[in-house]
Write a protein that binds this ligand. Structure first.
Ligand SMILES: Cc1cc2nc3c(=O)[nH]c(=O)nc-3n(C[C@H](O)[C@H](O)[C@H](O)COP(=O)(O)OP(=O)(O)OC[C@H]3O[C@@H](n4cnc5c(N)ncnc54)[C@H](O)[C@@H]3O)c2cc1C
Length: 459
């Protein structure tokens, strides 16, 4: 519990209506999208301006109170999980699109704007904001920057970092820092904005984001290819990349996921296959037609059972929704869904998929795997029940093996969901001593009192 005088001070800083302290309200902010993690905060604050954020951090820093910044709470590594008796600083009401600059192809937004609102505003201006995490309907841009989120279009267009031109950040002591600008080129000083991208709420609170937009692709084609063997699907992906085709999306679902999605969304997916690839190509109409034809040919050569080409936008959206609903569909079949994002170089994908299946068998666990196949980014998803302690132990052991194997194959412990609490114990082994030391020193310089997101990423 936070002391009453502290609550009183916070109410004076942001207004009493913007401070939640009732147990039933705090409960809603005691978890994020990560399974099996929960912690009650001391209070929840809604901030509306950069100045309010600065006042709150100045106060918290002086009083050495922990602050956990929160967007929509969809994070999958426990990043916005409260620390005990912390202030949850929620940015969802900082939700204005401040400027769309058509001359420079940029958009300035507050952190609480959702990813979808950004994408829609760009599209309304005939432009394109490509990063599209599966959670984009509700995830905030602040959360996307803090997690350096990826998405389905990462293969061709990159991830959030590739679209950040500038950031306004409130540092832990309350100082307001602006880094970056609208220049396409700028090499003056260290690229400080890059330190805050992916910093998971540990180095500052992001209060404005200057985004890069690009021209909207003129055409798009969507297809679904089904395979009787996962290896054939992985081979098709490798062959497409080797043919120097970079589709904007190359996602896959395994058999368990296909069945769950079909049961949930009734899309009409074929149920007699082991793997399904959802492929989208976009760009100039002639290039799109050519790439689609070449990819269809490659899939057939690699032994696919069927290729279904979407006839129109409605059908394309329906097929794409198969992948977008994968997590929700899997979440329906078991009380606890633990979704991970082990990532390997694309050349190692088939090996990694086989390894995940073998680990699930070894530990007798139910697993559905889907993911961004073109990026080597897998989402092995264990369907379990957190009340079953013995099974949860087996899940933990299985994940340890999966992450060890990902590292062994030259991959990473997280391709997009971040370290947070969930991957904290794996980080030192992955980064090594020198990188861990620089991480610690950097954090200590910016946050000497350790008030921002304490206990996350590393101690
Ligand atoms: C169904 C589903 C699908 C998903 N699909 C994807 C996907 O395809 N790709 C992907 O990368 N992720 C995905 N995610 C994970 C998640 O949506 C992303 O990490 C997203 O960026 C989190 O945004 P949020 O607003 O919910 O942030 P939160 O969960 O609230 O916070 C995430 C982290 O960011 C920090 N943070 C939030 N706002 C700020 C701010 N203004 N300043 C500083 N730090 C801040 C928090 O402290 C925390 O550490 C998915 C999640 C779900 C539930």
């Amino acid at each position: 519990m936070l002391a009453q005088d502290v609550i009183g001070d916070l109410k004076r800083l942001v207004g009493p209506a913007n401070v939640l302290t009732a147990k039933e309200d705090l409960l809603c902010y005691s978890f994020d999208g990560t399974a099996a993690l929960q912690q009650m905060p001391g209070c929840v604050l809604f901030v509306s301006t950069t100045e309010e954020v600065a006042k709150v951090l100045t106060f918290a820093n002086a009083a050495k109170l922990p602050v956990v910044t929160r967007g929509s709470g969809t994070g999958l590594s426990g990043g916005s999980l409260p620390s005990p008796d912390c202030i949850v600083l929620c940015t969802v009401r900082m939700a204005k699109i401040l400027e769309l600059d058509r001359a420079n192809l940029t958009m300035m937004v507050e952190p609480g704007v959702t990813t979808l609102q950004v994408a829609d505003a760009a599209a309304a201006a005939g432009l394109f904001y490509p990063p599209d995490p599966g959670s984009m309907k509700i995830s905030t841009i602040g959360g996307n920057v803090a997690e350096n989120s990826g998405g389905l279009r990462g293969l061709k267009y990159g991830i959030t970092r590739n679209y950040i031109m500038g950031l306004e950040v409130v540092l832990p002591d309350g100082e307001i820092l602006w880094t970056g600008n609208k220049c396409v080129k700028d090499v003056a000083g260290y690229s400080l904005k890059d330190i805050f991208i992916g910093s998971e709420g540990t180095l500052g609170v992001i209060t404005k984001v200057l985004l890069k937009l690009i021209p909207k692709p003129a055409a798009k084609k969507t297809m679904v290819a089904t395979f009787s063997q996962m290896d054939h699907a992985a081979d098709a992906v490798s062959a497409i990349i080797a043919a120097q085709i970079i589709p904007c999306t190359m996602e896959f679902l395994d058999r368990t996921t296909i069945h769950c999605v079909e049961d949930y969304a009734k899309i009409g997916l074929p149920l007699d296959c082991e793997a399904l690839l959802l492929i989208e190509t976009d760009g100039h109409p002639a290039a799109v037609a050519d790439e689609a034809a070449r990819m269809e040919k490659i899939c057939r050569e690699k032994g696919c059972m069927e290729v279904r080409m979407a006839r129109d936008t409605a059908e394309a959206d329906k097929l794409a929704s198969a992948r977008r609903s994968a997590f929700s569909a899997l979440a329906r079949v078991a009380p606890t869904t633990i979704l991970e994002d082990a990532t390997v170089p694309r050349s190692e994908l088939a090996k990694m998929i086989r390894f995940v299946a073998a680990v699930a068998k070894k530990y007798q666990l139910r697993i559905g795997t889907f993911g961004h196949m073109g990026d080597g980014n897998l989402h092995p998803t264990f369907l379990t029940d957190e009340r079953n302690k013995e099974e949860m132990h087996r899940v933990e052991e299985a994940f340890k093996e999966i992450f060890d194997e990902a590292i062994r194959l030259g991959g990473t412990i997280t391709g997009e969901h971040g370290v947070g609490l969930a991957k904290k114990s794996f980080l030192p082994k992955f980064l090594g001593d020198a990188q861990m030391r620089v991480h610690r020193e950097l954090r200590h310089i910016l946050d000497p009192n350790g008030i921002l997101n304490p206990g996350k990423m590393f101690d």
